[in-house]
Design a protein around this ligand. Sequence first.
Ligand code: BGC
Length: 799
Amino acid sequence: MRQQKRLSLPKNVYPVDPWRIVEKQYYRSLTPRMETIFSIGNGYLGMRGVSDEGKPAFENGTFINGFYEKWPIVYGEEAYGFARTGQTIVNVTDTKTIRLYVDDECFDLDIANLLCFERMLDMRTGTLQRELLWETALGKQVLVRSTRIVSYDYKHLAAIAYEVTVLNADASVVISSEMRNEPYKQVNESDPRKANGLRGQVLVPQIHRDRFAHLSQGYRRRIVLSHTTRNSKINLACGVEHKIEVGSPYECKTECEGNFARFVVTVNAQAGVAIKLTKYISYHTSNSDILENLCSRVESTLDKAVSLGWSGILSSQKQYLDDFWRGSDIQIEANFDSLEAYYQTAELQQVIRFNLFQILQASARAEETGIPAKGLSGQAYEGHYFWDTEIYLLPFFIYTAPHSAKNLLKFRYRMLDAARKRAQELNLKGALFPWRTINGEEASAYYPAGTAQYHINADIIYALKKYVEVTGDEDFLYREGAEMLVETARMWVSLGSFQGEDRFEIHNVTGPDEYTAVVNNNVYTNMMARLNLQYAVRIIELLSENYPDYLAFLRDKTKLSMSEVKEWKRAADRMYIPFEEEMGIHSQDDSFLSKKFWDFDNTPADKYPLLLHFHPLEIYRHQVIKQADLVLAMFLLGSEFSLQSKKHNFDYYDPLTTGDSSLSAAVQGIMAFELGYLEKAWQYFDSGVFIDLHDVAGNTKDGCHMAGMGGSWMLMVYGIAGMRDEDGILSFDPKLPHDIQSLRFALKIGDGILRVDIKKNSTTYLLEQGSELVLYHQKQGVNLTADIPLMVVNSNVRA
Ligand code: BGC
């Protein structure tokens, strides 16, 4: 690893706290980053942590997973088969903003005289809370408290409680709760990780309703706006129901037009008497349902919210999170040897929970979609789904929330027709999944680091295989999985070719390392393709022996002939994997080792990430790596490498790896743990787990790195606990650092839950619910029966 260092933070930005992220002071300069850190979401709906009053804002974003606009990609020079249509997640109608005026003075966080301020993300209650005391120009002290929530149980519901009390005087208070849809501004963005093609009015106004007038029908202070995206023609309706509790005289009114609506309450506030505004917010989207229906669905959700009430929504959120933490928490106990060690461990506990919580926020209700690279915490990478999901997030879901893992795999299955079309377009057989997409079509405009990453096919199959091995969900494998296997296997044999009788090669591909593009025989791609082919052969054989009906159905649907299966086997058996005998290492691809070395010594820290400072061609002609590539193959397919070859490969490739992608640290770290390079492992661990909370890559402002969040679970489970699970065989080789007294986590396996409790000298395994389980602890077999804990000694305990 060449550069990444933790950026220094003003002290006390995040005081250590096991369950909360607390900001004790308002730091203007940290606004962009804090919007991401304090974003809240449920996998369907996400809101950035912009202050309640809507200002200051770096990106006042509200996002709905899969709600996108499309736009024509314009190339300077066209070529056949280039991706045609860009897709970008849309920043939808804002419903968060509440403006506050006291004696006509507007509350503006930036210039307000704040007597105290605290903002807090509470990961046990699933709420974002803020409390501040503002002294107005007239010396009036105004206490403002707010709580924001995006519900897990009620997918389409968010809510805000906003409370204002003028403590020391009477005052005139105006609260304006707003809904606003703004046109996109022209941006001049040169960072390819952020760029998007949206300009102007993306959401075209449709029905709008103001129900304030119909009190007698039970509609109270309700506003509904609806829009349709200009090109993709997806419908959106959103609405807000207001409930106001005031002990002082007040008046209210609403305004409502196509792109703007508000509810305004004017209060002659008496000193010390609170004004409480509760906003229930609902969003519904559809590309098939008509707007009138969507508006009704919004109103039904609001009715439900009113009947639950604020406390009902809070308590369902708490229950949901109790369940989540019961199954997904990683608990770390510190040694009390030194205060520093204690502090570091407590900080680690906090960040791990933050990362797991971010995964939940990006996924809980992502039932018919994928998980965008930034979750719903920012618009970077345009809300696209990448291989990040299958390789970096699926392990967490498979072991803690298998239903989410299944939904994500099903989502890929539903993309199969688009992937078939894409393969046809590229003159390939079977199906080629898109490198980046929202709607299933390829949206990557730069094919060398996009479409050329054919490995996405095998990544999906790798995840499918692991899902089936861990959950035992054969039904899904035979019904949906098998079809994906047939079509992906077909793609590989048509992409590659036999060079002579006994060598199957795959040319002009890009592996995970995007700093080396369009090369022949990338080891990662070839090995993963081999796994894809072998698994396809195995499952077809299995169907043929045991489930002929399933096979008949599959053959009918895919027109599969058994000679194809033979061909897959021949290709897998003869897959070429470059290896340099003399150097004792794999070459990352056919040409990698013949390239010049990158001059790391003369590349200053401010030239990273290299992709922002050097032309791709300059990068491509050097031995310089963006992210784990061969090292990732050694992790995912570890049993196919000897320990010695892993060491040689790691020693060679690690120094060439910049870590310019957040996907790198976890994998380099896990392999460093495995190989006993513990100092290096901890460096990677640190930059991996703190990627967002400490803004390691300097771009947390653009959204959370979801692969990094999944990577940090992997660092704990595959790194420190040394778990391996190839082909369904479970083993552990814990490497607990001295500062940590114990590490505990749970894994769902089949019908059971395996609880793992690692201490310095011993590890205890307990199987709950299941019947029995065999695993390996540092190569020693452990047979578990339900509810009987088994303690085994850790060998190689370090002092
Ligand atoms: C990485 C890709 C990743 C994408 C989205 C890029 O920087 O190189 O591997 O899929 O980010 O996270």
